[in-house]
Design a protein around this ligand. Structure first.
Ligand code: DMJ
Length: 567
């Protein structure tokens, strides 16, 4: 008996009853607990601030002017209310980005893209470090500071555009000009703006055609532009109509209207030939400015022309100067309604392609950006049309999600055919890590608040993790039925797919639609006051009077942008 009593005596301090009988000791214990917690918390804070200060000192010593994302002064409303599942999923996506980035860093640094199986770098864009430039804003938004810093140094010291290379004007604009401008808007580091101007100046001669419709290809070192043979000498609708956001943004930030004039002139040329249903064929003749006989599609070679009509209106603050964009977009959306059919037996809505008067029951996964676009544009309509287009957006998103769900790997093929009684069947069966469906899910989730879209996005993310992740990066699939892998990590996987997924699990106020507009490569551009006015045509060219915004350009909301970053 004696030993048991000694032992219970020894542990009496751990029993609640002991303290309930001794209130003074209870009070002392409580005070000690609070003091120790405070000391530990304070030490951690000091250490973090010390690290931040060290990094700041290092940056200023190396002459790099980057604003670091500041630690929020107090937890934001959003972080308090956030769903822990969202936080967990966001972290998983961030980890995926880190895996993609470190693989690229290890095996392909400085090259355009990584071939993860061969562990090689390849230069499909002329050797402009496309993955680095495309990833800058994703790294920034995800709070991957060290990686962003290394990428910044590469841009400042190694990015060289003087390449004897025939570059795609479209790809270079959306990835490089867009990526640099977005990094500038987020960080305020002028090196990005200077580089954006350098590459844009090299692209600009592409617009020197009799009609002002740009050529699709230009030699970056020599400035010689042309259209490739396979287009029959024509320019491509999605190319010539997807440069407006970037070049307008560049004019706004430099105060030089020449960029904006070129790209807006192309739209005014299209306005002259714009049909009553707002649907243009994919080939436009740059010499005459007329349509060439070809297909109408919301997929490859047509898609982002429609996206930029809407987004140029949003970028222009929906002001009088940009009303024509909205009008053209609404006309095109009426035309889009004429391309919608529903499958049997499950009634999936899909967007047909059209040649002459013939509709073909085929839809590209690329056209899955359309649900997001429709949702984004729906609020500019009156209540009835807003409801109609939002509801179409939801239907199309369901179809696109089923492009993924209907395959054994749960990843979508490149395009789908719809046959009577069979719903959808995969046509071209590869998957190259494209973003369009998760892009639309992000828009729909933000604009409807319906968490179902997050669930769909999470399922798609898990399918990428299962099928596309390998030890040295992420690869596409040669076939979504068999799961056989390819050997390419597209830069848009880091620029778009992972960024949209990350934002799908972040509060909508992070890079909010009220302050930012995403270019077609998912690079957010800050919406600035549109200070110019369209003053008509002079010698067949658009004339705009342009005033540089009074406040320093990057100060407009840069701070707000930083405060909304999710770490
Ligand atoms: C991206 O480069 C852009 O989203 C473009 O508008 C379409 N193709 C790819 C992604 O699929």
């Amino acid at each position: 008996m004696a030993p048991r009593s000694r032992s219970s005596n020894r542990w009496r301090f751990l029993q609640l009853a002991y303290y309930l009988k001794r209130p003074k000791r209870l009070a002392l214990l409580f005070i000690s607990f609070v003091s120790v917690s405070f000391i530990v918390w304070d030490r951690q804070t000091l250490t973090r601030e010390h690290e931040l200060q060290e990094l700041k000192n290092y940056l200023s010593n190396t002459g790099v002017n980057v604003d670091l994302i500041s630690k929020p002064k107090s937890p934001s409303k959003n972080s308090i209310q956030e769903d822990p599942i969202d936080i967990h999923r966001r972290e998983k996506v961030k980890e995926a980005m880190l895996h993609a980035w470190t693989s690229y860093e290890k095996y392909a640094w400085g090259h355009d893209e990584l071939q993860p199986q061969s562990k090689n770098g390849v230069d499909q864009f002329g050797g402009l470090g496309a993955t680095i430039v495309d990833s800058l804003d994703t790294l920034y938004i995800m709070g991957l500071h060290q990686q962003f810093q290394k990428a910044t140094e590469w841009v400042a010291n190694s990015l060289d555009f003087n390449k004897d290379y025939d570059a795609s004007v479209f790809e270079t604009t959306i990835r490089v000009v867009g990526g640099l401008l977005s990094a500038y808007d987020l960080s305020g580091n002028k090196v990005f703006l200077d580089k954006a101007r350098d590459i844009a100046d090299r692209l600009l001669p592409a617009w020197d055609t009799p009609s002002g419709i740009p050529y699709t290809t230009i030699n970056l070192a020599r400035g010689k532009a042309h259209n490739p043979g396979w287009t029959g000498g024509n320019s491509i609708l999605a190319d010539l109509g997807t440069e407006q956001l970037e070049f307008i943004a560049l004019s706004q930030r430099t105060g030089d209207p020449k960029y904006q004039k070129k790209v807006e002139n192309a739209i005014f040329q299209l306005k002259k030939i714009f049909p009553s249903d707002g649907l243009l064929p994919i080939y436009i003749n740059p010499h005459t400015g007329s349509k060439s006989h070809s297909q109408i599609t919301f997929g490859a070679m047509g898609d982002s022309f429609y996206e930029y009509l809407l987004k140029s209106w949003i970028q222009g603050n929906k002001t009088e100067a940009v009303q024509h964009y909205r009008k053209m977009w609404e006309t095109s959306m009426q035309g889009l309604l004429g391309l919608i059919r529903r499958s049997t037996p499950s009634s999936f809505a899909y967007i047909c392609e059209k040649t002459d008067d013939y509709l073909s029951d085929k839809m590209d996964e690329l056209a899955c950006f359309a649900p997001g676009m429709l949702a984004l544009g729906s609020s500019g309509y009156g209540p009835e049309d807003a409801e109609k287009f939002l509801s179409l957006a939801k239907e199309l998103a369901w179809t696109c999600y089923n492009f993924y769900q209907s395959t054994p790997t749960k990843l979508a093929g490149e395009n789908y055919y719809f046959h009577s009684g069979q719903d959808m069947t995969v046509g071209t069966s590869w998957n190259i890590l494209r973003p369009e469906t998760v892009e639309s899910l992000m828009y729909l989730w933000r604009l409807t608040g319906n968490k179902t879209y997050q669930e769909w996005g999470w399922n798609i993310f898990q399918a990428f993790e299962k099928n596309s992740r390998i030890e040295s990066g992420y690869v596409g699939l040669r076939d979504v039925n068999s799961g056989v892998k390819d050997d390419m990590m597209q830069s848009f996987f880091l620029a778009e797919t992972l960024k949209y997924l990350y934002l799908l699990f972040s509060p909508p106020s992070h890079i909010s639609f009220d302050e930012w507009v995403f270019n077609t490569e998912a690079h957010p551009l800050k919406i600035l006051p549109r200070t110019d006015t369209f003053t008509g045509f002079v010698n067949g060219e658009v004339s705009v009077s342009h005033e540089r915004p009074r406040r320093t350009d990057h100060s407009l909301g840069r701070k707000e942008g930083r405060e909304r970053i999710v770490h």
